[in-house]
Write a protein of this length. Sequence first.
Lengths: 516, 358
Amino acid sequence: MVQSEKVIEMIGITKKFGEFKANDNIHLDVKKGEIHALLGENGAGKSTLMNMLSGLLTPTSGQIRVNGQDVSISSPNVANDLGIGMVHQHFMLVEKFSVTENIVLGKEEHRFGFMDKDTANKQVQELSDRYGLSVDPKKLVENITVGMQQRVEILKTLYRGADILIFDEPTGVLTPQEIQELMSIMRKLVSEGKSIILITHKLDEIKQVADRCTVIRRGKSIDTVNVRETSQQELADMMVGRSVSFTVDKKPAEPKEAVLKVENLTVKESRGYDAVKNVSFEVKAGEVLGIAGVDGNGQSQLISAITGLMKSASGKITLNGKNITNKKPRMITESGLGHIPEDRHKFGLVLPMTLEENIALQTYYQKPFSNHGFLNYKEIKSYAKKLIEEFDVRTPSEVHSASSLSGGNQQKAIIAREIARDPDFLIAAQPTRGLDVGAIEYIHKRLVEQRDKGRAVLLMSYELDEIMNVSDRIAVMYDGRIIAVVDAKETTEQELGLLMAGVDKNRASAETVTAE
Amino acid sequence: MLTMNKDRLNNLLVPIFSIFLGLIFGALLMLAFGFNPITAYNAMISGVFGSPYFLGEALRAATILTFTGLGFSIAFKAGFFNIGVAGQLLVGWTASIWVALAFPDLPRLMLVTMSIAAAIFAGAVWAGVAGALRAYFGTSEVIVTIMLNYTALHLTNYLILNVLGTGNTTERVSENANLSIGWLTELTAGSRLNVGIFIAMVVVFLYWIFMTKTTAGFEVRAVGLNPHASTYAGMSATKNIILSMLISGGLAGLGGAIHGLGTFGNLFTQSGLPTAGFNGIAVALLGLGNPIGIFFSSILFGVLEIGAGFLPNGAGVPDEMASIVTAAIIFFVGANYIIRFFMNKLNNKKTQAVQEGE
């Protein structure tokens, strides 16, 4: 199966930015026809390393060989010519263009200056059939599923003649079923002679699909191991550098009275369609309600409506017995809401402002942080310092801008701000997106801690593991509706996966049983 | 950008570099047309700084620019491009003269206060219209303020011709609306420098207090830097848009009152909008939104404006050339962004690295 011919050799790669070594003497070799996983926490240096392979950065020292030849990959075009292609985490597609148009973009087939669409469509269809990608070349990208958009990205690299494909965190936006499809596509690609580098921090994916795995920690390559001979626990410990626990320790929930009540809520998107359709549910004190679902099934709009960032078209939302339907965000916040927003850069922080100002973002107008309209920076500073200490936010100082913090620390700062206000109801939307195992562990602990203190917690996440680990009950959203509410202890990943794909509950349970 | 920036040194370097580039470009232009740039710049500097009168005039010009610069800056901080500073200045000018002419016999302190208050109100209303349209209907404030500039211009001309004046000009306001201070006039050998410069200094200080110490200023800054996060945190974007535009227009109107009562003492028909309005934008950009920075860049612009008058006689450079040279300097100041862009590009890889490294 795995041949010994090496398609990529990165030998002693060091990349310095000023004094900082993002990559420190890293070794990586990829054999022809293998799936090679690159495992590391956020900021470990995976992207830097891959950017050197795709020509976006050049190494400070070290040697790169492609197919046994010394090369200097000075630009993305050189990488392209060497047959290296990257499938990006965030798709780089033009929504209003067809699949084919997106694929040939920049390399259009033309005859006398006119685009030759028929030939292009045919080429794309052929490629798609050959690798079992099943895309429709003529469809507009905006009308196809996320999974298919990713396959378009894969086709883009194949169309440009890539033999070595780099997948950058490819499964973040996919349903479990789509992930399975992607895995089989990857296997098909290597069986056709392609080689794959899979960047990820998800261990089960590596176990499933990869042949070998190189672990990177703090810019250094720790080891390259055969995946079959290594357990998930060993991989995790190598990645983090200490022993980590995967499951969240928690006592059984002791739910009490309902803190949040949502009744027959409908929310219209700006374009006029119903994003949330007649949804009703409750979140009780002392429980974590998880909202599962594939991105784009109304979860974001549901949360925007509860938090006052979007208008609801009909229905009623009650928090602590107060009607908060279509009220202003400040009033809702003052009624006892804490909100860790899904998009921390857009909503959670004012990035250019200092950390202390961001920590006072909702409370600046209250005593003791201000008095008769004048800010009291002394109070703000000491409060910020206290929170930074208590929540272990790593920052040089409280007057550094929020943008200078790493993603994990930005998120910790938001969580500190929201939890420290001691809200009765806490919404955590995608609280661990893009964070590494250590930070995830920490955040999950904090959420469960809130629950144990008798607060109501609403956790929205696209990550099944997270939902299943942290929640007590799970509501699955599909096409704007809550199609099922299940007990977290009794459900399975398969059942949830089917529910997320819109299969109704009875069938989902039945299918899961037969599968087992 | 006019934001609180990480790199103080860079913040100082950029404006200095832009001034320097402007001066070099002006020199090259003069060389190309056969004039000696050293004689020319020398004539400018010794002209302004060699006589108390012209220094006074330069400071007087700087006073007006401080108001328009601060006015532009506060809207900019809140995320708006108030290109209508010139129009707001003009309605302020008109309002102050109107009040001064209507009540010529009131005591001086009262009349001056009333005239200035009317000017601030007029400027605030003029800008507030654009702010309200933006806040409630999402109308582009750039287009609305440009349009309101012309409305202000023609409305003023109409008022002079039909209501306020006789012919193309109004009467002069009475002594009771005069802004001049005896010792200051004497010190600057009879220049039109007036109490406005002290008002400007106070406003610079108040502006700084407002932006850095008050909750309202905190909201304006937060909304300007990230309206989404500000809404999330319970601030009202609508309220802050309108508030910042009202203050912006009010400051421009105040500048108009100082210009009207202090510089001219009357109002006359204009063929175009007052240049102090547009130069205020350049001043704000050069001062990087910092009130002290705006004050000093106003002085620079005042010196340029008055100094340009010395080029024809002092260095044989014709008027038109003098205008081109000052325009070149303003251009490079405005090109601040371009200079910043290239400076950023130089540091780019370093920054990228640090972010990735985290």
